[in-house]
Design a protein around this ligand. Structure first.
Ligand SMILES: Nc1ncnc2c1ncn2[C@@H]1O[C@H](COP(=O)(O)OP(=O)(O)OP(=O)(O)O)[C@@H](O)[C@H]1O
Length: 200
């Protein structure tokens, strides 16, 4: 067991910051919240409806950014972001405009035609972050999103997070570094570690 007796509620515009040492369960909790991992006990609800009742609806309203960047080596930056934008919209012209705006927002304009295999670690991470803006979703689940980002890119991300929340979006984010997330509720995973055997 990784954690137990853990509970929280996230309101529109809210943010939850997951903290804790390596192995305390931050990624596991994010995967549970994304519907990728089933908890052995407990429930997750969205507006009173259990997630398992309609997993596709939950996937459609959720962005999950895990440790691995979803980068195709042969696709260009523009093609990858456009792919994500089109996946979430029916109006392709609108999707392409959103993709372009997302690319510019994360400073990827000069790299738009660069194939994924030539990107640096921080550039790959920025392409993944551009997905957030290219395809609007209310719930952002982010596993250490600042990894490999330079200070300027972290500042852009902080602004993007604030704008998302100002529009009623929600964020659950794990990190080992400092990130500005005003009024975020803090969940320290080590507080929910199961008691060692014999002490429970
Ligand atoms: N697929 C799996 N099967 C078995 N155990 C796993 C699996 N994935 C993770 N674990 C274990 O669950 C625990 C929590 O891992 P998790 O990746 O959630 O931690 P974390 O808090 O995100 O760590 P880090 O800060 O290192 O990213 C660890 O002890 C890990 O070994």
């Amino acid at each position: 067991m990784v954690f137990s007796r853990l509970g929280f509620t996230l309101e529109p515009g809210g943010a939850l910051l997951l903290l804790g040492p390596n192995g305390s369960g931050k990624s596991s909790l994010l995967r549970v919240l994304a519907g990728l991992l089933r908890p052995s006990d407990g429930v997750l609800e969205w507006n009173g409806q259990t997630l398992t009742e309609d997993p596709e609806a939950h996937a459609a309203r959720t962005h999950y950014l895990g440790h691995h960047d979803a980068i195709k080596p042969v696709l260009s930056v523009a093609e990858m972001v456009r792919f994500w934008a089109r996946l979430h919209r029916t109006d392709f012209a609108q999707a392409d405009r959103a993709a372009e705006a997302a690319i510019l927002r994360f400073g990827l304009g000069p790299l738009a035609d660069m194939p994924g295999r030539m990107l640096s670690a921080g550039q790959k991470r920025r392409v993944n972050l551009a997905r957030l803006l290219a395809a609007p979703c209310p719930l952002w689940l982010m596993d250490e999103p600042t990894t490999a980002l330079d200070r300027a890119s972290i500042a852009v991300l902080e602004t993007v997070l604030a704008e998302h929340r100002a529009q009623g979006g929600m964020v659950v984010l794990s990190t080992h570094t400092d990130i500005v997330l005003p009024d975020a509720e803090i969940l320290s995973l080590d507080r929910f570690a199961p008691a060692p055997e014999g002490l429970s």
